[in-house]
Design a binder for this molecule. Structure first.
Ligand SMILES: [Zn+2]
Length: 302
């Protein structure tokens, strides 16, 4: 019996787009969509992931021929250098948000590969480093991840232990005067995509909430002294991520979406993820899928 594997391929394209709803006033469009009402351009990064049995050639599909050619025909030819609003008919009724572009791509890629017994399992689309959309073919539902950051100081120590004992557990992080980090934070929410805006949530709403609840609250603080919750618990990355998750859970729900995951990077080398519900755990743990390279030829898509 064949092993089942997932393989991924990345492609980038540059495109412009405009978020503008004619039924809204000019002021409302600017307020809701910000700079996206001006028709900005982005270099989008698209990861596609397909899943299936490993064949006699040792591949699920050939990423360098079959998958690459389909992406060139279905993604690069129509989208690279284009104004997205004019590319596909569905964008006349629904804004070409990253969520809706991901769905439009799924609807074009999945049937092509299904005809070759290749199952598309995941699309990840990012217009820039601050935003990632994950779509897994679940009708009009997607995950949206925003990226932000804050700086804070902390000291890792348990009050019941001596300095020596704390140093044995936490190393240099137990030193009495504390030290600081530039924390990188990713917040992932999940929800239905609005049929008119094409969005899970309007970005300004989510960014304002995270700024208000987390960034304004934690930025440039000494966590152990300034944040009451960390008087009783040690502000490790794990505990800070859990604190952020619990603080955002209810307000995000009130915006009409579900909080899925918090990722907190304490340094470039140390990262932590916590989920709201372990059953919502994603198949791929990192914000960007890892690429796999196939070396054997396979049948072209068409
Ligand atoms: Zn530290």
């Amino acid at each position: 019996m064949s092993e089942i594997c997932t393989i991924s391929r990345r492609v980038t394209f540059a495109a412009s787009y405009r978020y503008w709803l004619p039924e809204l006033s000019e002021a409302e469009n600017w307020q809701r969509f910000g700079i996206a009402a001006r028709a900005p351009g982005s270099t989008f990064t698209l990861w596609v992931q397909v899943r299936g049995p490993v064949d006699d050639h040792g591949m699920v599909a050939n990423l360098s021929t079959t998958i690459k050619r389909t992406l060139q025909r279905e993604v690069l030819q129509p989208l690279h250098g284009a104004y997205l609003n004019d590319v596909w008919p569905e964008f006349a009724n629904t804004l070409p948000s990253s969520e809706f572009v991901a769905i439009a791509l799924w609807q074009r890629l999945a049937p092509c590969w299904a005809a070759q017994q290749i199952a598309l399992s995941h699309i990840q689309l990012s217009p820039d480093a601050s935003l990632v959309v994950d779509y897994r073919g679940q009708d009009m539902e997607a995950d949206l991840t925003i990226h932000t950051h804050f700086s804070a100081a902390h000291r890792l120590s348990l009050p019941s232990l001596t300095l020596q004992q704390n140093s044995e557990i936490y190393g240099k992080c137990a030193r009495p005067s504390g030290h600081g980090h530039n924390y990188k934070l990713w917040v992932t929410v999940r929800g239905p995509i609005h049929p008119r805006t094409g969005m899970v949530i309007e970005l300004n709403q989510l960014r304002e909430l995270v700024d208000q609840e987390i960034i304004d609250h934690l930025d440039h603080t000494f966590l152990n002294q300034d944040i009451p919750a960390f008087e009783a618990i040690v502000p490790t990355a794990e505990n800070i991520a859990i604190y952020i998750r619990d603080r955002l859970l209810q307000p995000i729900q009130e915006l009409g979406v579900q909080l899925v995951k918090i990722r907190l990077d304490e340094t470039d080398n140390n990262s932590c993820e916590v989920y709201v519900d372990s059953s919502m755990n994603c198949a791929d743990p990192s914000p960007s899928m890892s690429a796999a390279i196939a070396t054997q030829p396979a049948q072209p898509c068409r």
